[in-house]
Write a protein that binds this ligand. Structure first.
Ligand SMILES: Cc1cc2nc3c(=O)[nH]c(=O)nc-3n(C[C@H](O)[C@H](O)[C@H](O)COP(=O)(O)OP(=O)(O)OC[C@H]3O[C@@H](n4cnc5c(N)ncnc54)[C@H](O)[C@@H]3O)c2cc1C
Length: 512
């Protein structure tokens, strides 16, 4: 299929909207809930304020949701609840046992879920495609898990230049729907990865060279804030917030709508270099000319291929092929680090990878590991600057970069296996970082979408960007609903592993 380049956006924003969004100081969550027809009583609120444990109040919040949205709640103890949990890609996420699972079907429902969580101090999580590897990233034990699955519309405008894409979509859904109209967007490379998490962390696509990362192709975010305001966030309305959402993760609100653009890359040098220096490598490269006789891959021809699946194909077809060997329900551990690209260093990393892996590989049941080299070319960094730029600490003059992603999966959910695998991954990455520093190739940037729960992703953006992000997050969410009540994943103040369940600090409780 021949693609063209299309820009997508959802909503036009009036030119005179304010540039900075700040939560109003007199916000009252009970009044806000009442405006949606939910009259929560002050006794339950008092209990929420006094309680150390949030469990009781999660039951209250879930009951409220159930009484208003019966068909959109999956209660614990039902087969639908268990079936739902089994759909997570990583079995760590399947382990989380939410008090209730709520499936909003419009923005108001998302608002109500956020307000109820805030009112009851009940932890919440948001699930889009559920492909984050770590426990509690997108499902909250004893809390409310907000599953975006029903917010999955994909609407292409008549001129085919604007599309509205819901956070409940997977990239396969998006590609197949848009391909039927002869267009596509810059999205994920594996079919079941979700739109929400992928875009908030950055989003490396097949088309980074032409269009930057996927977040650089979002024209407008529809954001539900901690007070339940529904904002259209784009370069004209709230430029700082827009920039922060492009790579800053789920620290500012909850996305209930989004958008993309399309690209076709040319071959890039980084893959060629890496390919020359390793014994075994799987290369994923795309030539956008859709020409079966392309010469773009000629440099790979002299390497004997175990498998060669080159063909003229759609994005959805390739995403499905990439997803096929990656089953749901395994233990998963991801870890990554960025370096300036150097072919000899790539070769060295391959050697260290095997050196650390060999002693353990037979003792871990179902172990499958990959060291993925994600080149970030100068061209792609340049393209990231479009529309005001993103929030990632990548600069053109230091490119090309390579992001090293150690991906490990294994089948047995035992503490022993986990500790052996995680130690091996951590030791390997530690050695790689040390050597990268010695060779002056180390770049202090950890890509959120492949980040380990032991990594402080936001700190890796550097003091200046970290501070800017924190300022924006504090403006939009001064009480810290998305820091304290959102379960798991990357926040300010340390790696996910060190944070655990928290509650909103007491000075905020009475007024908010
Ligand atoms: C098999 C596989 C292939 C991958 N391929 C790529 C790739 O090609 N390129 C790449 O860059 N990355 C890739 N990744 C990494 C992927 O981008 C991240 O795992 C990403 O977080 C997945 O998004 P999700 O929506 O599926 O995950 P989820 O687990 O649903 O979400 C991840 C995080 O984002 C939050 N979140 C999700 N939706 C919203 C929302 N609407 N509003 C607020 N917060 C939200 C969640 O609460 C969670 O904390 C891949 C991962 C896997 C497992």
């Amino acid at each position: 299929m021949k693609f063209n380049i299309y820009a997508f956006a959802f909503t036009l924003v009036a030119a005179n909207t304010i540039a900075v969004y700040s939560e109003p100081a007199n916000f009252d969550v009970i009044n806000a809930l009442a405006s949606y027809g939910l009259h929560v009583d002050s006794v339950a609120r008092k209990r929420a304020e006094d309680s150390v444990s949030s469990r009781y109040h999660c039951a209250t919040a879930c009951n409220q949701l159930a009484s208003h949205f019966k068909s959109q709640i999956l209660p614990a103890g039902t087969s639908a609840y268990d079936e739902w949990r089994s759909q997570f890609w990583s079995s760590y996420q399947q382990d989380a046992l939410p008090k209730c699972i709520f499936q909003p079907s419009k923005a108001d429902h998302v608002v109500i879920a956020v307000l109820l969580s805030r009112w009851s101090h009940c932890p919440f999580a948001v699930k889009s495609g559920g492909h984050a590897a770590m426990k509690e990233a997108s499902s909250a034990t004893c809390g409310i898990t907000i599953d975006m699955a029903k917010l999955n519309s994909i609407v292409l405008a008549n001129d085919k230049k604007i599309a509205k894409i819901g956070p409940g979509d997977t990239w396969y859904d998006v590609f197949t729907k848009l391909e039927s109209e002869g267009v596509s967007v810059v999205g994920g490379r594996v079919q079941n990865v979700g739109v929400g998490g992928f875009l908030l962390g950055g989003g490396i696509s097949l088309f980074a060279n032409e269009r930057g990362w996927a977040c650089d192709n979002v024209a407008n975010y529809e954001l539900v804030t901690a007070i339940g305001a529904v904002l259209h966030v784009n370069q004209s309305s709230y430029p700082d917030l827009y920039r922060s959402l492009r790579g800053g993760g789920p620290n500012f609100g909850l996305i209930h709508g989004g958008s993309m653009t399309y690209h076709y890359p040319s071959q890039h040098q980084a893959y060629r270099e890496a390919h020359k220096r390793l014994d075994f490598i799987s290369v994923l490269a795309v030539d956008n000319d859709a020409n079966p006789n392309t010469t773009a891959f000629d440099e790979f021809k002299d390497i004997a291929a175990l498998s060669d699946t080159r063909k003229v194909r759609t994005q959805s077809d390739l995403a499905a092929e990439n997803g096929a060997p990656l089953p749901n329900g395994m233990r998963e551990h991801y870890w990554d680090q960025t370096f300036r690209f150097d072919g000899n260093f790539v070769k060295w990393m391959g050697e260290v990878f095997y050196e650390e892996l060999n002693p353990i590989k037979k003792s871990i049941e179902g172990l499958m590991v990959m060291l993925l080299f994600q080149p970030v070319t100068r061209e792609s960094v340049r393209k990231m600057q479009r529309n005001g730029g993103n929030t990632l600490p990548l600069v053109e003059r230091e490119a090309p970069y390579v992001i090293i992603n150690y991906a490990a999966m294994w089948s047995k959910p035992t503490v022993e296996d986990e500790s052996i695998v995680v130690d091996t991954v951590s030791k390997t990455m530690g050695r790689i970082v040390e050597e990268g520093k010695r060779r002056k190739l180390f770049v202090d940037y950890i890509y959120m979408n492949y980040g380990s729960e032991y990594s402080d992703v936001l700190a890796s953006y550097g003091p200046k960007l970290h501070h800017q992000l924190e300022v924006v997050a504090t403006q939009v969410d001064p009480v810290g609903v998305f820091q304290y009540l959102r379960s798991g994943y990357f926040k300010f103040g340390g790696p996910p592993r060190t944070r655990g369940h928290e509650t909103i600090p007491s000075p905020h409780v009475r007024n908010h």
